[in-house]
Design a protein around this ligand. Structure first.
Ligand SMILES: [Fe+2]
Length: 141
């Protein structure tokens, strides 16, 4: 792992939220890397003082990781939705009695997500307007 160039942050303009989301994903990766590095250092020593400090810092990095993920959910609503859907899918897989049942449970949840998405994007039929209205057709009325 290289050290971060201190001049990399001197940009001529502010980031858009999309660019910031990408930067936050890099921060997420950095926190994960720090957690793993400090855990490896803990495993590599019997010095109890060092192990306590490393353990304390690992806990803080885990908190930073969680905070960056929450920020990412604000910056990227699509990512937020994926994170929201991941919990039930993971629980269904983990709690399934067999690997085959896990695949079936996962596929059922995917199909359910697809059905909800299709319903949300389907054209709305409004009685008396004939075919589905568009934004343009509603503006004329
Ligand atoms: Fe951190």
């Amino acid at each position: 792992m290289g050290l971060t160039d201190p001049f990399v942050g001197l940009v001529p303009r502010k980031m858009t939220d999309t660019e910031l989301a990408r930067a936050i994903r890099q921060n997420v990766a950095a926190e994960v890397d720090a957690i793993n590095l400090y855990a490896a250092h803990m495993d590599a020593t019997d010095n109890e003082s060092a192990r306590r400090i490393l353990s304390h810092i690992i806990d803080e990095e885990k908190e930073h990781l969680a905070e960056f993920l929450e920020l990412l959910k604000i910056l990227d609503p699509t990512q937020a939705l994926d994170i929201e859907k991941a919990g039930p899918k993971v629980r269904a897989i983990v709690e399934a009695p067999t690997a085959e049942a896990a695949h079936e449970a996962h596929d059922a949840l995917e199909a359910s997500d697809d059905a909800v998405e299709a319903a949300e994007t389907a054209p709305v039929q409004i009685p008396g307007l004939g075919k589905s209205p568009t934004v343009g057709s509603l503006r004329k009325q």
